[in-house]
Design a protein around this ligand. Structure first.
Ligand SMILES: Cc1cc2nc3c(=O)[nH]c(=O)nc-3n(C[C@H](O)[C@H](O)[C@H](O)COP(=O)(O)OP(=O)(O)OC[C@H]3O[C@@H](n4cnc5c(N)ncnc54)[C@H](O)[C@@H]3O)c2cc1C
Length: 405
């Protein structure tokens, strides 16, 4: 292999790209990870992986970077109303291998994961931006152009992986359409220091809003708020860190955010799923948000990317025919993404539909849950993942407690 030829070139060294790069390099493949950022900063991204995602990461062999970043075990989910805890869920009672959820600093894990990928033998090019992908020299591979410090270099790859996030450029070069569900809410986040909280992932939900918070490190607490765009404006929750903290404090037990200080930027983002019409073509394949991002407020994005990393790496390492391996990845990815996307929409209706229709829906849902606590497997999705689930009309009716058709 020459210096500029790799088995796999990965566009994007976020969590998906660097994790995949490390896993493939560890198995002896020649891997180049191209990352455009010189250093990672807080972009207000996923900092909680549910037990399913935790399990996927461990199965992919990512225990070492999770340990190095000091991921915080979050064994319980606590549900709050009017500042009081009304219910709780111990993950180990339902999760795979009794695993807890984990909290972590996203930019720190990006940094650690990219360093880990390098330690496994991947070459990391940074800061460098992938600016084009073209067909290879008739050998079934591809040529990737990357610009770094004003110079553009071409790399030959047997496979190009687009791990370049929700606004993926590789998605365009792969000639896929970008499809987006309509926005239903906004999801905002702010990192705080000086919060005294335990290892519970707290979730305070009313039809009008959701506030969630959890520890991501010794003195860092991530707080998220979900509101409609109109309410972000009306309440002023996005106007300043102080307004955001005051809004969150009203949902949390008294005193939770007393003495809290902003430790990162504040921002609100559209809640909608965005995905590629297809995730592979020729020697190109997409993973993570580039393949399909979920509504961020359901908190399943990192679990999904760890699943992508595990599945794609297993298929590539098991089959010398990478066209067949990526086709199989695409088929399975589409199936589990469809389930996760349907679940996102169903849950948003249960949590947020207002007025008598919403109240009735929640009543029926609660009754269905009493009859079947797993709701056909959908109620344990965060703990066990989407395998074996189909989001068809029968499942939808079961979830909403409607009689079978
Ligand atoms: C507000 C918010 C809250 C969220 N909360 C949660 C949560 O609690 N739990 C959860 O599981 N998920 C959550 N998510 C989702 C989660 O953050 C994403 O699913 C995850 O970050 C996707 O990772 P990725 O590596 O696929 O993409 P990204 O994180 O977007 O990484 C893409 C990388 O590619 C690089 N890149 C882009 N273009 C190029 C190029 N041309 N050349 C080179 N490099 C390039 C970028 O610099 C970046 O490093 C949340 C998302 C948002 C917006």
């Amino acid at each position: 292999m020459t210096e500029r030829s790799f088995d796999v070139v990965i566009a994007g060294g976020g969590l998906a790209g660097s994790a995949l790069g490390g896993v493939l390099a560890r198995s002896g493949l020649g891997v180049l990870v191209v990352e455009k950022e010189d250093g990672f900063r807080d972009r207000i991204r996923g900092e909680l992986s549910f037990p399913w995602g935790h399990s996927e990461a461990l199965r992919a062999g990512l225990g070492e970077p999770l340990d190095s970043v000091g991921a915080v075990p979050l064994p319980e989910m606590g549900f709050y109303e009017d500042g009081r805890r009304v219910d709780g869920l111990a993950w180990n009672s339902i999760s795979i291998d009794g695993l807890p959820a984990i909290g972590f600093s996203h930019p720190r894990l990006q940094e650690v994961m990219l360093g880990w990928a390098e330690s496994q033998g991947a070459t990391v090019l940074r800061p460098a931006k992938v600016v084009g992908v073209a067909d290879g020299h008739g050998d079934g591979g591809a040529i990737v152009s990357a610009t770094s410090r004003g110079a553009t270099t071409e790399y030959h790859a047997r496979l190009v992986v687009g791990a370049d996030g929700k606004t993926s450029g590789v998605r365009r070069w792969l000639q896929a359409q970008t499809v987006t569900d309509p926005e239903h809410h906004r999801f905002g986040g702010l990192l705080l220091s000086g919060v005294r909280w335990d290892d519970t992932f707290a979730w305070a939900s009313t039809p009008a809003n959701v506030v969630g918070w959890f520890l991501t490190g010794a003195d860092s607490c991530r707080v998220y708020i979900r509101l409609t765009a109109e309410r972000v404006h009306e309440t002023g929750a996005g106007r300043s860190p102080e307004a955001f903290i005051a809004f969150a404090a009203r949902a949390a037990p008294e005193g939770t955010f007393d003495g809290a200080n902003p430790a990162g930027p504040l921002g609100f983002f559209a809640n909608s799923c965005t995905w590629a019409s297809h995730v592979t073509r020729g020697p190109m394949v997409l993973v993570g948000d580039a393949a399909g991002a979920l509504d961020p407020s359901q908190g399943l994005g990192t679990s999904l990317l760890f699943r992508d990393v595990r599945l794609l790496s297993e298929l590539l390492l098991a089959d010398r025919d990478w066209q067949r391996a990526t086709a199989e990845f695409a088929k399975r990815r589409e199936a589990y993404y469809d389930v996760l996307r349907a679940y996102d929409r169903w849950l948003a209706l249960i949590e947020h539909e207002e007025g008598p229709e919403g109240a009735r829906r929640r009543e029926l849902h609660a009754a269905a849950r009493e009859a079947d606590p797993t709701l056909g497997g959908f109620a344990t999705l965060e703990a066990c993942g989407p395998d074996g689930l189909t989001a068809d009309e029968a499942a939808r009716r079961g979830f909403f407690g409607e009689p079978p058709a």
